[in-house]
Design a protein around this ligand. Structure first.
Ligand SMILES: Nc1ncnc2c1ncn2[C@@H]1O[C@H](COP(=O)(O)OP(=O)(O)OP(=O)(O)O)[C@@H](O)[C@H]1O
Length: 634
């Protein structure tokens, strides 16, 4: 769980959340980089000491004191380096995990409409590679701020100490390389972004080829799709080559520019040795100056590389930022909702306390009874829906559904049955009202709404995992309860690996009816107060449909079930029926619709024979609460 005040859309939050790790990096980084300066100092001391021992002005024990100190310092420096590297990695891993977790959660709650619009491939690319690039930039920043920043500062001080004028002249070149790197960043950014875009497109095309492989084969479109794939592959390769060339070619350019100062040092340094320059130098001073400058320019080129990494990270962060913003909004809305809940709880407590004696209990009891009734009711009031840029699919539909009720939705082909079901997901805005618990569904956060609405669409959306995992999704439960509920237990028992049988990508190893029942088992297992089931029995035979329906009914005594179907065979058992036609919706009972709506009556009679009707009515008499109780089966 993220901390409450963590805002996923603020990059500084990720640094702040890792402050302990960053503190360790700072301490170990300073020890390492400042320790690096101590190395040459010790080496000079030891060289001097050796000279003095050879000339007889110093004794050998002096060297015995210096040498172990040198070893200890170098050991400490290397240990600090190891600690720094370890914690920089840990920092990067923690941020990576945190970002991916937030992004994953946001993607999970993204509506199918958005996923389809952006292309699932693109979304996957964003989720994986953008977070990786962004964190890599942050990691390089955390590393180089010490390895480059602190080290550069040390070298600059040394150069200024030896000859400040020559130092200033030669040090013009490294900043010049930064400026070039800054100017060139645009091309690195543009080619990098184009590369990612192509990666996303290629992923989407690959996914499309895999998902629709059979359709393309059956309709002879394989060649055409193959050619289309090749076009995308070629574009991807070109974008990759371009991005990699710019990425790899620029650092050596920065290095050459930064090293140009050596020409100046060779000229003015030799003047210094000859006693004709700004300072008087011996060969050792010249060598030290030149070596320091070489290290400085090398570090400068790393700084330029760091710029590129940070810019790349900025591009990636920009791409994932909308998702992080959405995660922040969700946190905010959830917090406000929690505050409101607390406030309501507190005020109802106050109501109880303020009322004298038993009447307080009575009032509170009445209130909670009222609330609980309102809390669990789904109401549509003049609900109108239109897809963006289109005419309304349906207008002014009104109904009220209470827990325990099953509401059938039916009507002619393409009259908007599925659209009415999908309205509960609030993927698009609607007009009028659609409320649950007295509150507009569209005003709930996505997290809250997903706790209220259970939706099973036409596509079973099965995972390429075992039967058990497809149903439980990692929850600790008995999978057989749910398999039995959808009459799928016996078939699974006959499978070679039983509930551990892997169903293949999107359930390819299952028949249509098996896939539909498995998806229904998952929906029932993760039951929500409102279930919207879009044609869940279309792939089942009538007998199985009847049995599964009885179990759904039995398991949904405290839920509202909206059941969309073309088949009216079970409709007499439903509490309400919404008949949709000509953009209008009539909510009534089966009996009234039979009497008042000739179209409905005709459709029903065309599907159900007189014999069936007799069986149904006798079953209804025998089992007014359902033909066969779920407990009986257990
Ligand atoms: N995403 C969409 N964007 C625009 N129009 C859509 C979209 N989805 C569906 N429609 C249109 O909405 C209308 C109703 O479609 P819907 O799927 O809700 O009908 P239905 O009654 O469930 O159909 P069926 O009987 O075939 O199951 C159709 O004319 C369809 O073209």
């Amino acid at each position: 769980m993220e901390k409450k005040n963590f805002r996923p859309d603020k990059i500084m939050m990720y640094f702040r959340a890792e402050w302990k790790v960053l503190a360790l990096i700072t301490v170990s980084g300073l020890i390492y980089n400042l320790g690096l300066m101590a190395g040459p100092w010790f080496e000079g001391k030891m060289a001097g000491c050796l000279m003095q021992i050879l000339t007889g002005t110093e004794r050998f024990p002096a060297m015995l004191r210096l040498a172990p100190a040198y070893v200890i310092v170098i050991g400490t420096v290397q240990l600090a380096r190891y600690i720094k590297r370890f914690y920089v990695r840990r920092f990067a891993n923690n941020v990576n995990r945190r970002m991916k977790r937030i992004l994953y959660r946001t993607l999970i709650h993204k509506s199918r409409v958005e996923l389809e619009k952006e292309g699932a491939g693109n979304v996957i690319t964003k989720a994986i590679s953008d977070v990786d690039d962004c964190v890599e930039g942050m990691r390089k920043f955390a590393t180089e701020i010490f390895d480059t920043g602190v080290a550069l500062f040390g070298y600059v001080c040394m150069l200024l100490y030896y000859d400040w004028r020559l130092a200033l002249c030669s040090m013009i070149f490294p900043p010049f390389s930064y400026i070039i790197a800054e100017k060139m960043k645009r091309i690195v950014q543009t080619t990098g972004a184009a590369y990612k875009k192509q990666t996303g497109k290629l992923n989407a095309v690959t996914l499309d080829r895999i998902t629709n492989a059979i359709t393309y084969r059956v309709f002879g479109c394989e060649k055409e799709r193959g050619e289309n794939y090749e076009v995308h592959l070629k574009e991807y390769e070109q974008a990759a080559v371009k991005a990699n060339i710019w990425n790899a070619a620029l650092p050596p350019v920065y290095k050459v520019i930064a090293m140009a100062g050596t020409v100046m040092i060779l000229y003015f340094g030799s003047e210094n040795i000859l006693g004709m320059g700004w300072t008087s130098w011996d060969v050792a001073a010249f060598t030290t100056f030149l070596a320091c400058y070489a290290k400085l320019s090398d570090k400068s080129s790393k700084a330029a590389k760091l710029f590129n990494a940070v810019h790349k990270a900025q591009v990636s962060w920009k791409r994932i930022h909308p998702y992080m913003e959405r995660a922040s909004e969700a946190v905010e809305k959830d917090e406000i909702a929690a505050q409101n809940e607390n406030y309501n709880a507190e005020s109802s407590d106050k109501d109880v306390k303020n009322e004298p004696g038993g009447s307080a209990v009575h009032k509170s009891g009445q209130q909670s009874e009222k609330n609980s009734v309102k809390e669990n009711v789904a109401v549509a009031d003049h609900l109108t829906f239109a897809y963006p840029g289109s005419d309304p699919i349906f207008k002014e539909i009104s109904f009220t559904a209470k827990p325990g009720q099953i509401v059938g939705i039916t009507g002619p082909v393409a009259c908007g049955k599925s659209t009415l079901g999908k309205s509960f997901l609030c993927e698009y805005p609607y007009e009028g009202h659609l409320t649950y618990g007295g509150r507009e569904l569209s005003s709930y956060t996505e997290n809250e709404r997903s706790r209220i609405i259970g939706y099973l669409g036409h596509d079973p959306e099965l995972l390429g995992d075992s039967v058990e995992n497809n149903v439980l999704l990692g929850d600790d439960d008995n999978v057989w309860t749910w398999l039995r509920a959808v009459c799928f237990d016996e078939e699974v028992r006959e499978m070679e690996e039983k509930e551990k049988t892997v169903v293949g990508n999107s359930g390819v190893r299952l028949s249509g009816g098996q896939a539909a029942r498995l998806a229904l088992a998952r929906t029932l297992c993760h039951g929500k107060p409102v279930l919207v089931l879009d044609d869940p029995f279309s792939a089942l035979d009538r007998n199985t449909e009847k049995q599964v329906f009885e179990h759904v009914k039995e398991l949904s005594k405290d839920r509202i079930v909206f059941l969309i179907s073309h088949r009216l065979y079970l409709f007499p058992e439903f509490d309400q029926v919404i008949w949709m036609d000509q953009k209008m919706g009539t909510c009534s009972s089966h009996e009234r619709l039979m009497a008042e709506n000739p179209q409905y009556a005709e459709l029903y009679r065309a599907q159900v024979s007189e014999k069936d009707e007799n069986i149904l009515s006798s079953e209804k008499k025998d089992h007014p609460d359902g033909a066969q109780k779920y407990e009986d089966i257990e």
